[in-house]
Design a binder for this molecule. Structure first.
Ligand SMILES: Cc1ncc(COP(=O)(O)O)c(C=O)c1O
Length: 399
């Protein structure tokens, strides 16, 4: 069988198994409502555009200005070709925003995570990771293990006694650096890491805490500074990684923030930094404007929190059982993957775009519809979506 024929056969099998992902094409920007090819207007309930900044005029204009001022790109990696002043401005703004001394940007948070673990850890070190961490952390750890032979351990999701067991074991083997790595907000569950307990354990066992706050940055806390602000712990997390591809403009990019020495150290040795180009200036300009916008408009964050509370309460009143929580990620567990895909299709027929997730993204039997709220939604958008949930839920016998 030829290479292409083999791929085609496997793709056909994905279709038969009901796990084939069909792309939906949008003809207008990410917003509360957009235009989907072949569908017309739809309300989006499946975007990380938490504050509606993907198409905010200030964010788009800043990207255009940066394009005009700096051109399309860096032409090479930063230490070879020079680094633009807009990167420095963005990194200072991001560090200030998340309560750290310094930050370093990457073309994605995926790269930031990969660049972190393999650079900081060697054979004498251990990374201890939450079982439900994002794929980018899992792969970052696998890569680091291969490259540097660092030690690894996984603790049961948010189970502090299991984390303590792993820390105790690491202490017994005299691991030099013990790095606890957790998501701030777990993307498929919408729950928040137990940061106060994690930081207390880290202090007890002389460990370092890294939080990937991709779903927390510009989302959690009264002014959107993330999981640390949510718990009143700004400045107490050793390392924060996060994305620019969600609430902060939604284009692309990520960053690592921490002590001043951290950004410098990663600049020296982090492979995605040394061997891959910097953020395009237009993306850096848009992200900088997004950070400034959130700093000047904390009411957007309050609105997002209000929407999340309202939507969750109304879903429960309809008879659905969303996972409990307080973030704008509201998952409704349906069980089988086919059921989640079917519900997603029926909702799309009603003009609501929300994705169903099944195995292997979530464990077998835990397929779900994951709703995500945005400050850009109006109450009318939410009520429109809730009415669709009511009809579709009734037709599927879910409520
Ligand atoms: C927790 C977490 N980390 C990292 C990423 C990857 O971010 P990026 O798109 O910037 O690579 C995501 C995106 O889904 C995420 O949810």
């Amino acid at each position: 069988m030829s290479f292409a024929a083999r791929l085609e056969a496997e793709l056909e099998q994905f279709k038969r198994d009901g796990v084939y992902k069909r792309l939906n094409y949008l003809e207008a920007p990410q917003a509360a409502r957009t235009k989907m090819q072949g569908r017309g207007d739809v309300v989006i309930l499946s975007s990380n555009n938490y504050l509606g900044l993907c198409n905010a005029p200030e964010v788009v204009a800043a990207g255009k200005r940066a394009l005009d001022q700096f051109g399309a790109g860096t032409g090479s990696v930063r230490f070879i070709c020079g680094t633009f002043t807009i990167h420095r401005e963005l990194e200072q703004a991001l560090a200030r925003f998340v309560g750290c001394e310094s930050s370093l940007t990457y073309v994605s948070c995926w790269n930031a995570n990969e660049g972190l673990v393999a650079t900081l850890l060697g054979e004498q070190d251990i990374v201890i990771s939450d079982q439900l961490n994002h794929a980018s952390i899992i792969d970052a750890i696998r890569l680091a293990k291969t490259i540097t032979k660092c030690q690894t351990a996984v603790y049961r999701h948010s189970d502090m006694s299991d984390l303590e067991d792993k820390l105790r074991a690491a202490q017994a083997t005299k691991a030099r650096l013990k790095l606890i790595f957790t998501d701030g907000v777990f993307s498929m569950e919408g729950d928040i890491a137990k940061l106060p307990d994690i930081v207390a354990l880290a202090r007890k066992y002389d460990a370092v805490v890294a939080v990937d706050d991709s779903h927390g940055t510009a989302v959690l806390g009264a002014s959107g500074r993330g999981t640390a602000e949510h718990y009143g712990m700004l400045g107490q997390v050793d390392i924060i990684t996060s994305t620019l591809g969600k609430a902060l403009g939604g284009a692309a990019g990520g960053f690592t923030a921490g002590a001043a020495a951290l950004a410098d150290y990663l600049t020296q040795g982090s492979r995605p930094q040394l061997f891959s180009n910097a953020l395009p200036p237009t993306v850096a300009g848009s992200a900088l404007a997004a950070v400034q916008h959130v700093e000047h408009h904390p009411e957007l964050v309050r609105r997002l929190h209000d929407h999340a509370r309202y939507f969750r309460e109304r879903l429960v009143a309809l008879g659905f059982k969303p996972l409990p929580g307080e973030t704008p990620i509201v998952p409704v567990i349906l069980g089988e993957t086919a059921k989640a895909i079917q519900m997603s299709e029926l909702l799309l027929n009603e003009g609501v775009f929300v994705t169903g997730f099944g195995y292997p993204v979530v464990p077998q039997g835990h397929a779900r519809i994951r709703c995500q709220l945005s400050a850009a939604h109006t109450r009318d958008d939410l009520d429109f979506a809730l009415a669709a949930f009511k009809r579709v839920g009734a037709s599927l016998g879910l409520i």
